[in-house]
Ligand binder design. Sequence first.
Ligand SMILES: [Zn+2]
Ligand SMILES: [Zn+2]
Length: 497
Amino acid sequence: MRAVLIGLALLLAAGTAAFAAERAADLTLTGAMTGQDHQTYREVPFRVPAGVTRLTVRFEHTGQDQRSVIDVGLRDPARFRGWSGGDKAEVTISESEATPAYLPGPIPAGPWTLILGVPNLRKGAEARYTARIFFERGTAFGGFYDAPLKTTPGWYRGDLHLHTGHSDASCASRRGAKVPCPLYKTVEAAEARGLDFIAITDHNTTSHDQAMRELAPYFDDLLLIPGREITTFQGHANVFGPEAFIDFQLGSPRAPDMASILSEVEKAGGLISINHPGLPSGETCMGCGWTAKVDFGRIPMIEAENGGALRQSQGGDFLSGLAFWEARLNAGYRITGVGGSDNHNALMDPAEAASVGSPTTVVHAPELSQPAILSALRAGHVFVDLKGTRDRLLEVTAEAGGHSAEMGDALSAPVGAALAVHVHVAHAAGGHLAFAGTGPLPKLADAELTSADETRSYSFAGDGRPHWIRIDVRGPDGNLWLLGNPIYLNPAARTAR
Ligand SMILES: [Zn+2]
Ligand SMILES: [Zn+2]
């Protein structure tokens, strides 16, 4: 049942991204201007029904060949909402963000006005205009783009945990003062790191969505995903996808328990990931460790590696979320393990843990789009590159009974079934493979990686019982380089999918 609901939410989210191209308009306003309208304004009224959370206008007119120009603006029942002149064919307004030139905020029901200005219409000329108006309701959000940034399947690299001046990130101003860091600095750092996608996850707010809306058309090779870090006194969790407000005041009547927060996240079609659960919670880091009671069957992701924790433990495991994640895997939950830098200064230094892209989460997705990346994250088609390289690759597949599974997938392996695990690792010479998981793991012969492109196959017999198996790559000092995600053998029903 839950899987069906999530599938529906993803479908809705995907639909939103390309809605303008596919959906019929809710209202179409048409009319004609003539030379008599030259240098005048026309106000075209329309009604917005109750419950609208986003309003989008697509505008076009004829007569460009005669240099006819019709400018566009909007007024809601109470105030002016913006003016895009003759510059933009599509404008959108939601509660938290709007096309630059427009003011974000609630979409009140009632009489709105499409303001048309006519800077030029020649005597005897005519220009016909069409304004198609789209209303969206509800909290699902498909992202800032109408089309995928890349349409090819591949491994896409990203950082899922980034702060800006919209919460507690700071950087040096032009004159060297410590100031709240503008969001574009983080985006530029991600570009410099060669990332394909990033999520901005400021604490509890979504005020950064407006800056992301403005930057998305320019950074058209770096997918910007809206997020926020729900920051409570009993743990932190990133939510990816929706823009709608989600109340974080855990323990207050607004959000009595974590289950009520999860219900809000699920209703909004959000993807939630528990952050840095291995950090202590106390006066040095208030609410950082995860102490909230929660049904882990509702948790699709855990941040197994956090850049800040890696920096504090100097690359070691003692503050990482790995043990916390593995304990849930051992209990039978299917939860994707991811990484996030938790960067707070917009700096990009590959040698520095917690700089933008350290660690990098690498996702196997059919295309580079918000719905595809979030869906692949949920499915666990993921490994974490702890050093944030540009090219290290870890591909793991398992085969049994004529079926094949990649990381995150399930595979049936009855008693005595021949089970084969295939590993492909690139650009990790000097490291070695390591198995993790439960049940009968094959012996890891030939685990040393000596060349830039290596493949291995291991075979063993299934025992018919539920297990998870994972392959990682570790460096010569034993520290993790690449953290895989499990393949689930004979999984029980206890799953977050
Ligand atoms: Zn946090
Ligand atoms: Zn954080």
